[in-house]
Design a protein around this ligand. Structure first.
Ligand code: DC
Length: 227
């Protein structure tokens, strides 16, 4: 799609783990030929590197230093840290839990704000996470909040993880995601929540294609130059 005639704008897609925001965001960014920011991946990379260095979640000074030295690259749907492909390594629920823990810290969130904002480039950006519409890109033209029941989200995450790990336990996964949801929703700084001007989409009974089409409909309604 040629979008050179459209002023750059941001689409934010927030929601809890397993809501489908990653898959839908990638599809939307590919369709519009926009840049894509997976903000959760940034928290996961920091968590991964902190764990590699044997740090624990409350060693904030050391984690901030580590952030300043990070050399991250996103390319062809892969994530590289210091040139090493860590795409699959950062996807475990263990890293997710660590990421959620450090994401409570205001200094850590502040330290990666500039990096997140640097993804906003012409012709536009699709940004997914927890606080994209509320804190990082409050001026976004289109804000979406994707949700689904915890059962549905756990099932989806199970299907993703089982492709990469042999020993995924469904009951464990349920508990971990429930814990992460609660911790992301109840934290004081930039909690997981829909922006007041966000469109809410419940994806329980929607296929990926149907969710994607709903999001595209909303984008078209806001930007009539997109067909
Ligand atoms: O989207 P994800 O599951 O990959 O994110 C992992 C964790 O990172 C999530 O549980 C909380 C944190 N996170 C956040 O606090 N803010 C964001 N914008 C994205 C992720």
């Amino acid at each position: 799609m040629n979008n050179n005639h459209i002023k750059p704008f941001v689409v934010t897609i927030d929601g809890p783990a397993g809501s489908g925001k990653g898959t839908i965001s990638k599809l939307v960014s590919q369709t519009l030929d926009f840049h894509y920011l997976d903000s959760g991946a940034i928290y996961r990379i920091i968590a991964f590197e902190a764990k590699t260095k044997n740090l624990i979640t409350n060693q904030i000074t050391q984690i901030l230093e580590l952030i300043d030295g990070l050399n991250i690259q996103f390319s062809d749907e892969k994530t590289f840290l210091y040139g090493k492909d860590i795409t699959d390594l950062i996807r475990s629920e263990l890293i997710g839990k660590f990421a959620s823990e450090i994401a409570k810290n205001e200094l850590i969130r502040g330290r990666i704000l500039g990096l997140q904002k640097s993804f906003f480039k012409s012709p536009g950006l699709v940004a997914d996470g927890r606080d994209m519409g509320t804190v990082v890109f409050p001026e976004a033209k289109v804000k979406i909040f994707l949700t689904a029941s915890i059962e549905e989200r756990v099932n989806r995450r199970y299907k993703q993880l089982i492709l990469k790990e042999n020993n995924v336990n469904l009951t464990d996964l349920f508990e971990r995601i429930k814990f992460r949801d609660e911790s992301d929703t109840n934290r004081k700084i930039s909690p997981l929540k829909a922006a007041e001007d966000a469109f809410l989409i419940k994806t329980d009974n929607l296929s990926i294609k149907q969710s994607f089409e709903k999001v595209m409909e909303i984008i078209r309604s806001k930007e009539n130059k997109i067909k």
